[in-house]
Each structure stands twice: as C-alpha cells, then as structure tokens.
Design a protein around this ligand. Structure first.
Ligand SMILES: N[C@@H](CCC(=O)N[C@@H](CS)C(=O)NCC(=O)O)C(=O)O
Length: 203
C-alpha cells in the first residue's frame, strides 16, 4: 500500500499515529502528497479526484480517502482497537468528527493567509472560522474530558492532532493558545502529545 503523505498535514498525521500505534509503519510506502487548492498534485488527483491528502492507494481495491475512512480501514485491518466496541463506537466517531471539524476551520484560516492576496481576505469570514475553533475547544473542555482521560481511541488521537496543529500553525492562524482557560484540556493534551506515536509524527 502507498499513502499520499505530507509531514505538516494534521489529517495525514491521524493515519500515521494509527500506524505507529499498530507498529505497522513499515507496511506502507509514503509518497509525496504535497498539494494545495491553488497547486494541485496530478499524481494525487489520479487517485483522489478531490486532490486531498491523506489518500491510501491499495493493491486490492480502490484508493481510500478521507482520513476517517482510512483510519477505520486500517484499524479493522490491523486490529488496533482505536474504534471502541458496541455502542461506544458512536462516541469515538462523534469525537473524531468534532476534532476534524475544528481542523477544517483551522486549515481554512491558514489557507486564507497562505493562498489569498491580502486585499481579497475577509476578516468576518476568518472570525467565523476562529469562532468554530474556540467553540470546538470549549466543548472539549466542558464535555469530553472524562472520555479523553479514560480512552485511547481515534477520537482522542484526532483531538491530539488538532492540538498539535494549533501549536504548529498558531502564528499564521492567529487563534491564540488552546491551553488558555482550558486547564483540563491543557493537562490532557500535554500528556497525550508525549506518547511515542505523537512524538514520532510531529510536524
Ligand atoms: N476531510 C479530509 C480533509 C483533508 C484535507 O483537507 N487535507 C488537506 C491537507 S492538510 C489537503 O489535501 N488540501 C488540499 C486541497 O484542499 O486541495 C480528511 O479528513 O482527510
């Protein structure tokens, strides 16, 4: 299998963390997936018409995207147990979707700075995306700490990838420090980001 990959991508990082946790990084060849809406990667587009990473090219079936589909597939293939069993899987999936939504907002803030001329940028639009980030983080502090502190699942991995990305692109994104006013999330995040799989995949 081959994975269209780029070190800074937080969505790619979710997949890489799963592979690290499973001890299966050696089974997948990483190929250059560097891309942007304004600089499409033709090899990637041949596998994923949406031109987004991660994209997993399989020998025995169609390419898989997006990150949530790939992580679910690899979890089933390698039995990593990062999706909880029974009813609890809905918590994993809800938390992963929540984290990915915060990531989507953060990525759009970064794209606004990197890909739009200053004169064409919309302060109101960026404020709207930052609002999603703030509310998403506040909800993690208010409602998800019990789950986070008692499960290592794909929801927790996705949240940690969000926090890592907010640190990595904080200067460009201008969203402030996710730790401020969120002591529970700060403590959980600092500890989770020290896991070997998180360290090995840091942007
Ligand atoms: N929902 C997708 C989002 C993937 C995504 O937006 N990846 C970015 C890189 S971090 C990308 O490929 N951007 C290029 C583009 O939008 O054209 C997933 O979870 O995989």
């Amino acid at each position: 299998m081959q994975l269209f990959h780029a070190g800074p991508s937080p969505y790619v990082r979710k997949v890489m963390v799963l592979l690290e946790e499973a001890g299966k990084t050696g089974e997948i060849a990483l190929i250059d997936g560097a891309t942007a809406p304004t600089a499409p990667n033709e090899a990637l587009i041949a596998a994923n018409p949406l031109g987004k990473i991660p994209c997993l090219v399989r020998d025995d079936g169609p390419a898989l995207y997006d990150s949530r589909v790939i992580t679910r597939y690899l979890d089933a293939k390698y039995g990593t147990g990062l999706y909880l069993d029974g009813e609890a899987v809905w918590l994993t999936l809800a938390l992963e979707a929540h984290a990915d939504g915060v990531l989507d907002a953060a990525l759009l803030c970064v794209y606004e700075v990197r890909m739009r001329e200053e004169a064409g940028r919309s302060a109101a639009w960026v404020a709207g995306q930052r609002g999603k980030i703030t509310r998403g983080l506040d909800a993690l502090e208010a409602r998800w700490l019990d789950h986070l502190s008692s499960h290592v699942d794909m929801g927790a991995v996705a949240v940690a990838c969000v926090l890592g990305y907010l640190d990595f692109r904080g200067e460009m994104g201008g969203w402030g420090d996710w730790r401020d006013g969120r002591p529970g999330l700060a403590a959980w995040g600092e500890a989770f980001l020290k896991r070997p799989a998180m360290r090995a995949t840091a942007p």
